[in-house]
Design a protein around this ligand. Structure first.
Ligand code: FES
Ligand code: FES
Length: 159
């Protein structure tokens, strides 16, 4: 049997430990070992963004991250974006309200990247577009996704 590596990290606010083969992708650990199937696999090659999660607060494509490399890190998946179970992040709520979800395949990755953009308080549309460029959506034309970003940013400032 292939040698396994112990990895311990914070996953959606909880300290978790796993034993993984050296080449295991973070995407597979999340979906198959942790049962968090909200994170999707599209291309498996870093091109589509469907597998995006937050790694120490930054969006990364989990298909390109080795599970063993996240030792001591903080990982947040789409399931953990809203904090407590069943709660939506303001950007997730805005995606629903603006109709920024159509087939939904890109949505977990878009939600994760969008939440990071809201956290950075990026107001410039060109910069928002640059930051979202790694998340491909074939359905929405992006207009409603950008409307959701603006709505979530406004909600943040209204607090
Ligand atoms: S599945 Fe990771 S970028 Fe497409
Ligand atoms: S909603 Fe279908 S790919 Fe984005």
């Amino acid at each position: 049997m292939a040698e396994r590596i112990a990895v311990t990290f914070t996953l959606n606010g909880e300290k978790r430990s796993f034993q993984v083969p050296a080449g295991r992708r973070l995407l597979d650990l999340l979906r198959d070992d942790a049962g968090l199937t909200g994170t999707k696999e599209g291309c498996g090659a870093g091109e589509c963004g469907a597998c995006t999660v937050l790694l120490d607060g930054r969006p990364v494509t989990s298909c390109l991250v080795l599970a063993a490399s996240v030792e001591g890190c903080e990982v947040v998946t789409v399931e953990g974006l809203g904090g407590a179970a069943g709660h939506l992040h303001p950007f997730q709520r805005a995606l629903v309200d603006t109709g920024g979800v159509q087939c939904g395949f890109c949505t977990p990755g878009v939600a994760v990247t969008g939440a990071a953009i809201v956290a950075l308080d990026v107001a410039d549309p060109a910069e928002q577009a640059r930051l979202l460029a790694g998340n491909l959506c074939r359905c929405t034309g992006y207009t409603k996704i950008f409307a959701a970003l603006e709505a979530a940013r406004e909600a943040r400032h209204a607090k």
